[in-house]
Design a protein around this ligand. Sequence first.
Ligand code: ADP
Ligand code: MG
Length: 504
Amino acid sequence: MSLILKFVKYYRPHIKLFILDISCAFCIAGLDLLFPLFSRAILNEYIPEKNMQALLVTAVIMLSLYLIRSVLNYIVYYWGHIVGVRIEYDMRNKLFSHLQTLDISFFDGSRVGKLMSRLINDLNTISELAHHGPEDVFISVVMLFGSFLILIRIEWRLTLVLFAFIPIMLFFALKKGSVMRAKFRDVREKIAVVNAQIENSLSGIRVAKAFTNERFEQEKFDEGNFTFRMSKTRAYKTMAEFYTGINLFMNLLTLITIILGGYFVYIDAMSYGDLVAFILYTNFFLDPIKRLTNFTEQFQDGMSGFERFNDLLSIEPKIKDTDAAKNLDQIEGNISIDNVSFYYADDEKNKVLSNVNIQIQAGKTIALVGPSGGGKTTLCHLIPRFYDVSEGEIRIDGENIKNITIKSLRSHVGLVQQSVFLFTGTIKDNILYGNIDATDEEVIAAAKNASIHDFIISLPNGYDTYIGERGIKLSGGQQQRLSIARVFLKNPPILILDEATSAL
Ligand code: ADP
Ligand code: MG
C-alpha cells in the first residue's frame, strides 16, 4: 500500500494533465454508453412512426457526438501518454542522478546490464501503468455499471442472465491472463540470458578464435537459445488458450442475447429496438474485460518494476561528507598512511591490506612494488576515498581525509587507473574531461607532456578525431597516454599512477 502511495506522488507535478486525461476518458465512456440508445430510439420510434425529421436530427446529434468523441479520444491518446512519458522522464532522471551518488563498492557488486534494464525496461512498464492503469479501471467501471443501469430498465431478466456471465468471463480472463503473464516473464528472462551470452561470446571472440573454441561457443549458445525457444513455445500455447477462451465466451454471450432476447421479443416483452440495443451493449463488454485483464498485467509488472526502482533509490552511499567535513582549497600534499588495514565489504577474514604505514612528503615520488593481487590498486583507491579504510587512518597535510569534503579531496588527487576508460567522443573531449574549462593551449600542452601530441596531429581530424565504437581504434599504449594527458590537464598536487605505463 505504501508503495502505491509512493507511486501516486509522481503524479503530483502533472496532476492537471492527469485530471484532463481521466475526465476525457470518463466522457468517452459516457458517450459510448449513449450511442446504442440512439439506435434503439430510431428502431423503436422514428422508423415505425416514419418520422424522417427525428431521424435526421438524431443523425446530426450523433455526428456531433462522434466529432466530440474524436477530440476527446485525441486528448486521451496524446496527453494521456504524455503524462506517462513525463513521469517516466522524472523517474529516470531521479534514478540516474541517484546512481551518480553511489559508492564504487556498489558498482563492484552490480552488473551494468542489470542497471540498464532498471533504467530502461522497468521504467517503461511503469510509464505504461502510470497512464493506462487509472484510465483502464475508470473506463471499465463506467462502462460495466452504466450498461447495467441502462439494460436493467429495458429487460431486467435478460440483463441479469448476461451479467451473470461477466464474473465468470472475468475470472477466466484474470486466471489465464496471469498464467500467460508468468510464461511471458519467463520468456523475457530467457532472452536476457541469450543476450548476455551473445555479448560475452562476441566480446571474447578473439580469445575463442585463438583457442579454436568456436564449436564450444556454438554449443554453449545453442543451449540457451533452445531453452528460449521452449519457453516461447509454452508462452504461445497459453496465449492461444487465453484468446480462444475469451472469443468463445464472447460468442456465447451474443448467442444468449439473440436466443433469449428473441424469446422476449416473441412474447412481446421487448421490441426489436431493445434487442438491437442489447446486442450492441454486449458487444462492448469485451472492452472492459480486456481492459481489466490488461490492467492487472500492467499493475503487477509496473509495481514490481517500481519496487525495484525504489529499492535502488533507497540505497544510501556509505561514503559521504560528514557535517564537519572541511573544504580544502589548497593543499601541500603530505600524505601519511597510518596503520591502515583494509578488507572489501563483508569479507572481514580476507584482509587485503594489514597495518600499512607509509609517509609521503609533498614533492616526493614514491613507487610501490608488489605481486599481482598484492593490494597496490586497492591502496591507490583508498586515497581519494573510493573505499574507506577498515582500520587506521589516512591523512593529508595532517587532516584525516574523512574530515575533508569528497569534492575537494578528489579535486586534489589525480588518478590514472590501471584499466583505462575513454568516453565516446573526440580525443579533445576525453582530455578535457580532466578540466572541462581548460583552453585549447592547455589541452595541447597536456598532450605534449604525455607524449601523445605528435600522434594526435598526425590524424586527419587531429584533436577532433572520434574514438570509440564508430571512431578510430587506439592502441593500449595510446589509450594510456590519453588518460595521462587527462590527468596532467587536471594538474593535481597529488598524482597517483596505477601501473599507468604498463602498456607504454
Ligand atoms: P594489485 O593492484 O596489487 O594487483 P589489487 O589491489 O587490485 O591488487 O587486489 C588486491 C586483492 O583485493 C586481490 O586479492 C583482489 O582479488 C581483491 N579485490 C580487488 N578489488 C576488489 C573488489 N572490488 N572487491 C573485492 N575484492 C577485490
Ligand atoms: Mg593493480
